[in-house]
Ligand binder design. Structure first.
Ligand SMILES: C[S@@+](CC[C@H](N)C(=O)[O-])C[C@H]1O[C@@H](n2cnc3c(N)ncnc32)[C@H](O)[C@@H]1O
Length: 195
């Protein structure tokens, strides 16, 4: 796969610099962002969820792919990281940024529904995966990255990754593709109930 992301979102470079300044060490790569931008553009008037805003890198790419009728809800429990995203992106009225624990938010928001979920944190991925999957619409897209070994993985993280893959492969309401590209990405789609 080639990296083709020379057309970057307007505020991305500012966010990248602020991310380095903050010492935030879990940033999404540009390739992941470019893929997310491509995917959200398939859902006009879409409703999107990012779990784990960080400093807003992927958020900027998501916004860049969304039409003006779409909305993005993005949450994180780290005020310092979220402040960077707020500084550069909060003027975009399609975006809602919230400081909250992702697991609690998932428990409290099971009546929501989304066209695409980027689960870029423990909640909705390694924790409470089912609660995130429940609020994905049929035909919706679920994206996770960092599925290939990363320098910042804590000890034992490889076991969590394997358990998650095993969990996904058992689902009958999901098709997924594992991309051995960038940090390792899984794109899953939720099948309609009559499939
Ligand atoms: C991989 S980083 C997100 C990177 C970001 N999406 C980007 O594009 O650079 C994971 C984020 O999850 C957040 N996080 C970790 N545990 C959380 C929790 N329980 N609830 C909400 N956010 C959490 C961390 O603060 C961190 O910002």
């Amino acid at each position: 796969m080639k990296d083709l992301n020379d057309k970057i979102p307007a505020r991305l470079e500012h966010i990248e610099i602020a991310t380095l300044d903050l010492g935030f060490d879990m940033p999404s790569e540009r390739n992941t962002g470019a893929l997310l931008r491509t995917l959200v553009a398939t859902k006009p008037s879409g409703s999107f969820l990012e779990i784990g805003t960080g400093t807003g890198l992927a958020t900027a790419w998501l916004l860049d792919g969304m039409d003006m009728q779409s909305t993005l809800f993005s949450l994180d429990n780290d005020q310092a990281a979220l402040s960077v995203a707020q500084s550069y992106l909060s003027s975009d009225t399609r975006l809602t940024l919230v400081l909250v624990d992702g697991n609690q938010w998932l428990k409290d928001n099971q009546s929501q529904s989304y066209d695409l979920i980027f689960a870029d944190s423990y909640p909705g991925k390694y924790e409470n995966f089912d609660l995130a999957w429940n609020i994905l619409k049929p035909g919706g897209i679920y994206v996770i990255d960092d599925m290939l070994p990363q320098k910042n993985w804590p000890p034992g993280h490889d076991i969590k990754v394997k358990q998650l893959i095993d969990q996904l492969s058992l689902r009958v309401d999901m098709n997924y593709t594992w991309l051995d590209w960038t940090s390792g990405i899984i794109i899953a789609t939720k099948l309609a109930e009559d499939k």
